[in-house]
Design a protein around this ligand. Structure first.
Ligand SMILES: [Zn+2]
Length: 395
């Protein structure tokens, strides 16, 4: 921690030089924890920035946070920067109503913003709980991930790191990351999954610390439709091949359902497994899975169907666990599944797979007969891909 009580007043290490701190340490000054009143030691080393530590592991909220050097360093950097921009910046401030201590609490245009820097992996349920607490107190929570991320495209994220993904109109699903060693933020906009843990994004945006402000004032790049599209079929095929190679048709519930329905897994129609941007980022199951369920539960079997039927089928599958969603604890979801279904159906409509009838219903226009040979399936791809390319480009 960076703050302590000295002579009944708040004392912050980062507002003093190392020499001043060394002099204080040599003197007979004592420091106590503002939260639990137990004595603190002032630590001045060469690696970590000067900070306070509890002398014993008592039950104290702030001691329980187990701050890493990167966490303390990030907190000090953000405090410095935000103090330049905002008048009201509180460090390690105790919010009584919530019994929580955000790293920073600032007032932005009359609204309180709690900044939580997260370096170590903690349960996502804890993040969700703290987020909901802040919202209840009308405080906007801003979570910043500082765990190192691997470089390269697609971006590989653990399920913990995926918990920091948020949604906005401009950036769609995005991740904000801070690297204290480079004093720089990176924003990955338009995140679209190509597998459980890999994501495409449009173009990363670097924000140097000295430009960082709240809210962010940066322009979003073009969405990444084209890059995803170019590689989409590759990832679709890769997922299918892995499924066949690593799971047995008898033991894998998805494969056994496909075969049980008389469908040939490798020859499923190509409109099963379409990229449905942006809301499909919410779904952890592969797009082949959830779109197959929609097709199998409704489209293939009903001569006439409605959006409501498809939505209900999707929700049933979700309830049974055959479709899994991603856990985005800081992102309120709301009507996202409805939007996803709407977007998928309008894509199917544009591809002439389904057609709107008078009223609110649809019919399947392109009757599907399972290809018997690889050549027949190749013919289907030759017909399908130019159409898809054309349609996604127009959007
Ligand atoms: Zn304490």
């Amino acid at each position: 921690m960076l703050t302590a009580l000295m002579d009944h007043r708040h004392f912050t290490t980062i507002l003093h030089t190392k020499e001043e701190l060394l002099a204080l340490k040599k003197g007979s000054k004592s420091f106590t924890c503002p939260h639990c009143s137990s004595p603190l030691i002032l630590k001045i080393g060469n690696i970590k920035i000067p900070h306070f530590a509890h002398t014993s592991k008592l039950s104290c909220l702030i001691a329980a946070k187990k701050e890493t050097p990167a966490h303390i360093w990030s907190k000090a950097l953000l405090y410095d920067r935000l103090s330049e921009v905002f008048r009201d910046v509180k460090l390690e401030y105790y919010i009584k109503e919530l019994q929580q201590i955000p790293d920073l609490l600032i007032t932005v245009q009359g609204k309180r913003v709690a900044i939580e820097i997260q370096c170590s992996t903690i349960p996502l349920s804890e993040i969700k709980e703290r987020t909901e607490g802040y919202r209840r107190e009308n405080i906007h929570p801003l979570w910043i991930l500082t765990q190192p991320l691997p470089s390269g495209i697609p971006l590989k994220l653990t399920s913990f790191q995926q918990g920091f993904i948020r949604f906005s109109e401009e950036f769609h699903f995005f991740l904000l990351h801070f690297d204290p060693s480079k004093k720089s933020f990176t924003l990955f906009p338009h995140l679209t999954p190509v597998s459980t843990n890999s994501f495409y994004f449009s173009k990363e945006i670097k924000i140097p610390l000295e430009k960082f402000t709240i809210p962010l004032t940066i322009l979003p790049p073009d969405p990444a439709e084209s890059r995803i599209l170019k590689n989409w079929n590759h990832y679709r095929g890769k997922w299918m091949n892995n499924k066949i190679r690593f799971s047995s048709a008898r033991r894998d519930p998805f494969l056994s359902e496909v075969y049980g329905e008389g469908d040939i897994f490798l020859y499923l129609p190509l409109y099963i497994g379409l990229p449905v941007l942006p809301q499909m980022t919410l779904i952890k199951s592969n797009s082949i899975q959830w779109q197959y369920f929609i097709w199998n539960d409704v489209i293939k079997k009903s001569p006439f169907f409605t959006k409501e039927m498809i939505y209900a089928a999707f929700m049933r599958r979700l309830g049974k666990g055959s479709i899994e969603t991603r856990n985005f604890p800081i992102n309120p979801t709301g009507s996202s599944i409805k939007i996803l279904i709407d977007d998928y159906m309008s894509l199917l409509e544009k591809l002439d797979i389904i057609q709107k009838r008078k009223g609110r219903g649809y019919i399947l226009t392109a009757k599907w007969t399972c290809p018997k040979t690889f050549n027949e399936f190749q013919q289907h791809s030759r017909d399908f891909f130019p159409k898809l390319k054309h349609i996604l480009k127009k959007d």
